[in-house]
Design a protein around this ligand. Structure first.
Ligand SMILES: *Cc1c(COP(=O)(O)O)cnc(C)c1O
Length: 430
């Protein structure tokens, strides 16, 4: 498989080059030259196949000859070695729980896959790779966990001091080894700005091979297709499901659309947004306008200019009509998010997190107008990651899962950093 830049000013590359570079030199996102088709035989056998086998079949054409079969099978098996249950919430709605990985958020899948691919590639080159990433919470933890102990890869994570939840901070700062957390006295935009500057700084890039680990990287984006296949393995109704995806940078939804383009039977998609709804607006009107991000209760979706929107347009040949026939947009307010968490918990005892709640309400609204349809929403994080939102709404504490009990008592290790580029540069050149 070759990948071209959506800005069309850079040469095409293979999977290895796209993974190491992250973004094309012309600043564009990489996009696959062909969309593979699932065979009818594969789709018939899907419910009975082991998850690792499904993952391997889906990703193989995208990786091509860059990773040998036995190695790629091992990477796939390690990436998906936890559960992805489709849990009924009401008679027409289920939750696809994507939070059973080590950091309790769906980003674990992309981060685990990408880290293992990069680990494989770095074994065959002398110079170590530095993964530099800014996080507002979930990305950093998933990346840190995914890359922990991977030889030849050093991970540097920038996070805004005091602006991530206590559990998220522990996930970033307690691992040690090849993971360093820089605690920036500023906000998420400061962190992102510092990272961008480092990528443009030749003094740094001559000394270190830098790569990013957000969803613009094909090795983080493409494996997100797996969720949709795992859901369809568990889907027992004859009619294809309506799928609601809580969206921020739109990597997750775009991966679902890619799986659909390869032949996965999904009836309709909902791009579920909070107040940051530039894409939902586009779906309604055909006009796109990026805007500054606004803060909401579902803060992992507070993105004003989503990176993966360009990939979605490319997949549909820039045709609004084709895209809006398959995908509808929904905008959900913070007040409705809180009401949905409370009502769902009271009536069904299911406790959605703020991001899942946005998608759940968007799905309920859609199904109210389509009385014969059924569907599921993607529950992208465990509610314990957002106790400051969830606990006041339900008036109760969220029980801490066993898997993270130990984490909360581990000592935090971070390096405080002023939000000035010279401070980051000095750290990277040390
Ligand atoms: C990152 C994130 C999202 C948004 O996913 P995108 O792929 O960026 O659209 C939604 N929910 C949670 C919990 C997240 O961490």
């Amino acid at each position: 498989m070759r990948y071209y830049s959506l800005n069309h000013q850079s040469p095409t590359v293979d999977f290895r080059e796209a993974t190491i570079a992250g973004q094309a030199p012309d600043g564009g996102l990489y996009f696959p030259e062909q969309i593979p088709r699932f065979s009818a035989e594969f789709l018939t056998r899907l419910p009975a196949l082991p998850r690792a086998e499904v993952a391997y079949e889906v990703i193989r054409p995208y990786v091509g000859a860059c990773i040998p079969e036995d190695e790629l099978r091992r990477i796939c098996a390690e990436t998906v070695d936890f559960e992805f249950p489709l849990v009924p919430v009401s008679d027409r709605i289920s939750a696809l729980e994507l939070f059973h990985g080590p950091t309790l958020a769906f980003k674990d899948v992309g981060a685990r896959f990408m880290s293992r691919c990069l680990g494989y590639f770095s074994r065959r080159q002398a110079a170590p790779i530095t993964v530099l990433v800014a996080t507002s919470g979930d990305t950093g933890g998933a990346v840190a966990d995914g890359f922990l102990g991977v030889p030849g890869v050093e991970v540097v994570i920038l996070y805004p001091s005091g602006k991530v939840s206590p559990l998220q901070e522990k996930q970033l700062t307690t691992l040690g080894q090849n993971i360093t957390a820089l605690e920036v006295r500023g906000n998420f935009d400061d962190c992102q700005q510092l990272v961008k500057q480092a990528f443009l700084d030749a003094t740094v890039t001559q000394r270190r091979q830098l790569t990013s680990a957000n969803s613009i990287n094909v090795a983080r984006w493409l494996p997100q297709q797996f969720y949709y296949l795992f859901a369809l393995q568990q889907w027992t109704h004859a009619a294809p499901p309506v799928v609601a995806v809580p969206s921020g940078n739109f990597g997750n939804l775009c991966a679902g659309l890619l799986a659909h383009a390869s032949g996965l039977p999904i009836g309709h998609f909902i791009a579920a947004c909070n107040a940051n709804d530039a894409v939902a607006d586009y779906l309604r009107t055909g006009a796109f306008a990026a805007r500054p991000a606004v803060a909401t209760l579902s803060n992992a979706m507070d993105v004003g200019n989503p990176s993966n929107f360009g990939r979605i347009l490319e997949l549909f040949g820039q045709q609004h009509a084709a895209l809006s026939a398959l995908v509808s947009g929904a905008t959900i307010t913070d007040a409705d998010t809180q009401a949905t968490i409370r009502r769902t918990y009271q009536h069904t005892s299911y406790l959605p997190d703020p991001h899942g709640a946005v998608a759940l309400l968007a799905l309920e609204n859609h199904l109210a107008e389509h009385p014969d349809a059924r569907g599921f929403f993607l529950e992208t994080a465990h509610p314990i990651k957002f106790p400051e939102v969830v606990e006041p709404v339900i008036g109760a504490a969220v029980p801490v899962p066993d898997s993270v009990q130990g984490l909360l008592s581990k000592p935090k290790q971070s390096i405080l950093l002023e939000p000035r580029y010279e401070a980051l540069q000095e750290f990277l050149l040390r």
